[in-house]
Design a protein. Structure first.
Length: 185
């Protein structure tokens, strides 16, 4: 997937690596037509195109962007900057990966040791917080394109553990199962 939605402007700094960053504000169909024309040119360099205020686009602009978001060039990634994802139409949401706020580098450094101490977690909310941080971490790796199969597997395993614990599943059993099955990245 090459199209992403994010809410926190700081998040983009963690997501885009070794890429030319172009920020655009689209306010009319003419802007979309110009974008389509420019995109016909091949991008030799990896490029991240940030569409600001994407949750304020008109329905005509969303419709004009659909195919572009669905099938971007290989070296092109779209990032839709929004304040509120509830304002986006389902057709746009279905074509983009929603990127949660990525944790800070400091919290990522403490994530692995915390995962190794799963047996010390006694409260359901502590486990859910840990799994949420782990999910954010895997989202950031997924967007960066690192080891996609392993990251996707780990994201799925983490989500399953989160859902099970949230539904009052056995806390330690789910954490042990997750820890055993996580792939080394």
């Amino acid at each position: 997937m090459h199209s992403y939605i994010y809410q926190n402007k700081e998040t983009i700094k963690d997501l885009v690596v070794n890429s030319l960053i172009i920020s655009l504000e689209i306010t009319s169909l003419d802007d979309v037509k110009k974008l389509h024309h420019d995109l016909k040119l091949s991008q030799r360099q990896k490029t991240s195109l940030i569409l600001t205020n994407a949750d304020t686009f008109s329905s005509e602009i969303y419709n004009a962007l659909l195919k572009t978001l669905e099938e971007p060039n290989d070296n092109l990634s779209f990032f839709l900057e929004v304040q509120n994802t509830n304002h986006l139409p389902p057709t746009i949401l279905s074509r983009c990966l929603l990127v949660k706020n990525t944790p800070s580098k400091k919290s990522l450094e403490t994530l692995q040791p915390n995962l190794g101490n799963w047996h010390k977690i006694q409260k359901r909310n502590e486990a859910l917080e840990l799994l949420t941080s782990l999910t954010h971490y895997y989202h950031s790796l997924l967007v960066k394109g690192n080891n996609l199969k392993k990251v996707a597997t780990n994201l799925s395993l983490t989500d399953t553990a989160y859902q099970n614990i949230k539904k009052n599943g056995h806390l330690l059993l789910n954490l042990v199962n997750l820890t055993i099955n996580l792939k080394t990245i």
